[in-house]
Design a protein around this ligand. Structure first.
Ligand code: FMN
Length: 366
């Protein structure tokens, strides 16, 4: 079905196509009948961060920036949905065009710059969703960021945690989008430690005390990964989301496309983000849960990231190229692979790349 409508969608600008998709999801008119039933295969169930996930495939941040289409997104079969990035004040982001596709390599470059309607609208949308769907168990993560003109980042993050935290199953502190000047500097370990301590204290004041995760860039070197891992272990962060988009421009890309400023996502980010997952898993000795994201479009991509150390997966660009059936197709194919390999649960494969063959053989016993 998506292959049929894709040529028409791709005739529109990426931002127009996205706006139409959000509109369709919001209106409830999205043709859920075309989506295969995900089912709830027990081998896909995951427990993490004190939450239950019916499957490990989540929607990455940036798709539903204003938390306005959650119901429609859940209908696509995601095991969890992350909305945002939201900033305290509304902001328009960078001038358009600011999203670019390169279909031949399954890539996207974006320099959105956090356009969003701000905390007040976001909060109203979340409240409306919660009121209408009191029985929905699918975890909803809230991704928070700072306004472009904020010189005291901590203030924005604290305000967002205080106001939105009560509605969050988990909160993601985004310090890795490349399109807000200075944002990635927040990853600097000297800044990061006191910053995260303050935010953790803030969320502990909330009665629901939601898990706090940090989302990091793929463009970190080995020394930076070591130093950041140490900080994350010290402050006892609940989880890490790896990774955001990259500033790299692989040689494969034509200059016409790669000259665009912004973050690259999709197939060409896949290996880099998997390497970063692996490096953080190694540095933290598997002691901090990781959500892996970057270039996922097949069940094999998912298993690769799980073996590198991720416990859950998110995707965004894959949806653009493979359509709304992608989460269900991935779930079906992961279950098939697990069964073919006599593996009872995807969770058993987390960090497999780092285990000895003796450790690996244990999972087949009993
Ligand atoms: C158009 C676009 C907008 C994005 N906006 C955000 C955002 O607001 N916050 C965020 O944390 N990540 C954002 N991302 C990054 C994605 O969440 C994800 O980390 C990245 O694209 C890699 O995954 P993918 O290859 O599956 O797209 C955005 C990505 C795209 C393509």
């Amino acid at each position: 079905m998506y292959n049929f409508v894709k040529p028409f969608i791709f005739k529109l600008s990426p931002e127009k196509a996205h706006a139409l998709t959000i509109k369709a999801l919001k209106s409830g008119m999205f043709p859920s009948c075309i989506l295969p039933n995900v089912g709830e295969d027990p081998c896909l169930k995951t427990e993490l961060l004190g939450l239950e996930f019916s499957n490990p495939i989540g929607l990455a941040a940036g798709f539903d920036k204003n938390a306005e289409a959650i119901s429609g997104l859940l209908g696509m079969g995601f095991g969890f949905v992350e909305v945002g990035t939201v900033t305290p004040k509304p902001q328009i982001g960078n001038p358009s065009p600011r999203i670019f596709r390169h279909a031949e390599t399954g890539s996207v470059i974006n320099r959105m710059g956090f356009p969003n309607e701000g905390l007040t609208v976001f909060k109203a949308n979340i409240q409306k969703f919660c009121a209408k769907n009191p029985h929905v168990k699918t975890p909803i993560g809230l991704n928070i960021g700072m306004n472009k003109d904020q010189t005291e980042p901590e203030e924005d993050y604290k305000a967002l945690i205080k106001d939105l935290g009560p509605y969050a199953d988990y909160i993601t502190v985004n310090v890795s989008s490349p399109n807000t000047p200075g944002l990635r500097n927040l990853q600097n370990p000297e800044f990061l430690k006191p910053f995260l301590k303050t935010l953790i204290k803030e969320k502990k004041n909330l009665s629901n005390n939601p898990p706090l995760l940090i989302k990091l860039a793929p463009d970190l070197n080995e020394v930076e990964i070591q130093a950041i891992s140490k900080v994350l272990l010290d402050v006892k962060i609940d989880g890490i989301i790896l990774t955001n988009t990259t500033l790299d421009r692989p040689d494969l890309l034509p200059s016409e496309f790669s000259k665009e400023k912004g973050g690259l996502s999709g197939a060409l980010l896949k290996d880099k983000s998997t390497q970063v997952i692996s490096a953080f898993y190694k540095e933290t000795q598997g002691n901090i849960p990781i959500i892996g994201v970057g270039g996922v479009s097949t069940a094999e991509d998912v298993i690769e990231k799980i073996k590198a150390g991720a416990s859950l997966i998110q995707l965004y660009t894959g949806l653009i190229y493979h359509g709304p059936q992608l989460p269900s197709i991935l779930c079906k194919n992961i279950a098939k692979i697990l069964k073919a390999n006599d593996c009872k649960s995807l969770s058993d494969l987390v960090g497999d790349d780092h285990k000895t063959s003796q450790e690996k053989s244990k999972r087949y016993q009993g």
